[in-house]
Every structure is written in structure tokens, then in C-alpha cells.
Design a protein around this ligand. Structure first.
Ligand code: ZN
Length: 225
């Protein structure tokens, strides 16, 4: 996947999307590209949404493999633009699925202005529904890389994020241990709905934060079974 990037000359803007399930190495790949850009003497800024406080809310992007990179923690795209420096040539955004739909236009504008924009995010939620705004970002990007994790059940390449606790919230923040990667065959999208609710003292559930409910009139696709 490296070869694409050298075809874009310095100052030729474009968008790269790194997507996949949880535990597929998205943050690690984002950090790798941003570090490489730094070695190439590009001016780099990294951003992540404030909602991502999985590892204590630090101002760093941290991969599951414990790679770290300094990042600005921002509440929305407006704050991202405010903190973006004029001289920045390469910007990375982790957990981009947590941004509002305005992030799509912002990424396009920044690329039009000559910036290299690298975004990483979940392409599907726990029910297998595409996670807006990722589909839009993937459509307008020059480069899309879909990473696969390893199915925790059978070891096959995994495209899905299996929720292991009962909840119909779209996102359980700070609950990485409530998920595992699954392949298409082992993925059970309705598992979270079928399981009995745990006792109220279960902090994995009481910690949950409601981020993005499915929009009214636009229900998530359900599997016929
Ligand atoms: Zn499997």
C-alpha cells in the first residue's frame, strides 16, 4: 500500500482512509504513516475526538499494540479547523467515525488545499451497519485500505466487531474488552440483544456513552433470518 503515496507529489492533496473492525490495526497503521511523514520532514498534526478516552483520555493516539503519537483532542470538526496550523502538510484523524458528517466536507476542502489527509475509523458498528460518516469518506478518498483482524473464534480474517455485552447503544466507550473481532461466519449481530442484561453494577455497561443513535426514518439494515 506504500507505493500510492509516493505518486502524490509534495503539495498534491489527497485523502487516505484506513478502515476495518476493532483490533484490525487501524491506529497502528495511522501512526506508522504519520511517523513516516515526519521522517520525510513533512509538517504533521494528528487529531482524535474527545469521546475516545479508552486509555485515560490522554492527548495521544494509542494503538492496541501500545504505539503512541501526540494528538490534539478535539470536540468537533470546528475545533479541528481552529487548531489546524497553516503550515501543516499532513494531518491524521483517528476514530473519525465519531465526528459529525461535517468532517467529510472538511477533509475534502483540506485535500483541495493541498494537504494529505489520513483518516482511520470503524467502517461498521456492532450490528454490521455502515458507520457514518465512513462510507462517505471512503467514497471521496483517493486511497482506501481495509484492514482485517483475526477472528477470535476460528482464526479466519475478521471483518466484524462482535459485542459481548448486552446493549443496543451504538458505542460503548472505554469498553474494548466488551468486543472481539469475528469473521462473517462467526459474527452474531443479534447476540447483544439476546443476552440478558447484566447486573447494574457492571461498569462496562454503566460506563457507556451514547454517541450516535441510528437516525429516525433511517433504521439500520437488519438481517432476515
Ligand atoms: Zn470465525
Amino acid at each position: 500500500m506504500e507505493n500510492y503515496f509516493h505518486s502524490f507529489g509534495r503539495g498534491v492533496g489527497h485523502i487516505e482512509v484506513i478502515c476495518g473492525s476493532m483490533f484490525s490495526g487501524k491506529s497502528e497503521e495511522l501512526i506508522r504513516r504519520l511517523r513516516r511523514a515526519m521522517m520525510e520532514k513533512r509538517r504533521v498534526q494528528a487529531f482524535k475526538p474527545v469521546i475516545d478516552n479508552r486509555y485515560g483520555g490522554t492527548d495521544e493516539i494509542i494503538s492496541h499494540s501500545a504505539l503512541r503519537l501526540q494528538a490534539h483532542v478535539v470536540r468537533n470538526t470546528e475545533e479541528l479547523l481552529r487548531r489546524l496550523e497553516d503550515r501543516t502538510e499532513v494531518l491524521g484523524i483517528d476514530e473519525v467515525q465519531f465526528f459529525d458528517s461535517g468532517v467529510v466536507d472538511v477533509c475534502a476542502r483540506l485535500a483541495n488545499m493541498g494537504r494529505r489527509v489520513i483518516v482511520a475509523g470503524l467502517d461498521q458498528d456492532y450490528s454490521g451497519t455502515p458507520f457514518d460518516p465512513m462510507p462517505h469518506l471512503m467514497a471521496i478518498a483517493e486511497v482506501v485500505d481495509k484492514l482485517l483482524a483475526v477472528c477470535s473464534r476460528c482464526g479466519a480474517p475478521a471483518n466484524h466487531t462482535q459485542r459481548l455485552v448486552a446493549s443496543d447503544e451504538r458505542v460503548l466507550v472505554g469498553a474494548a474488552d466488551s468486543y472481539e473481532p469475528r469473521c462473517r461466519r462467526c459474527f452474531e449481530p443479534d447476540l447483544a440483544r439476546q443476552m440478558p442484561m447484566p447486573l447494574s453494577g457492571d461498569e462496562r455497561v454503566t460506563d457507556r456513552v451514547h454517541v450516535d443513535a441510528p437516525k429516525a426514518g433511517n433504521p439500520p439494515l437488519r438481517r432476515e433470518s
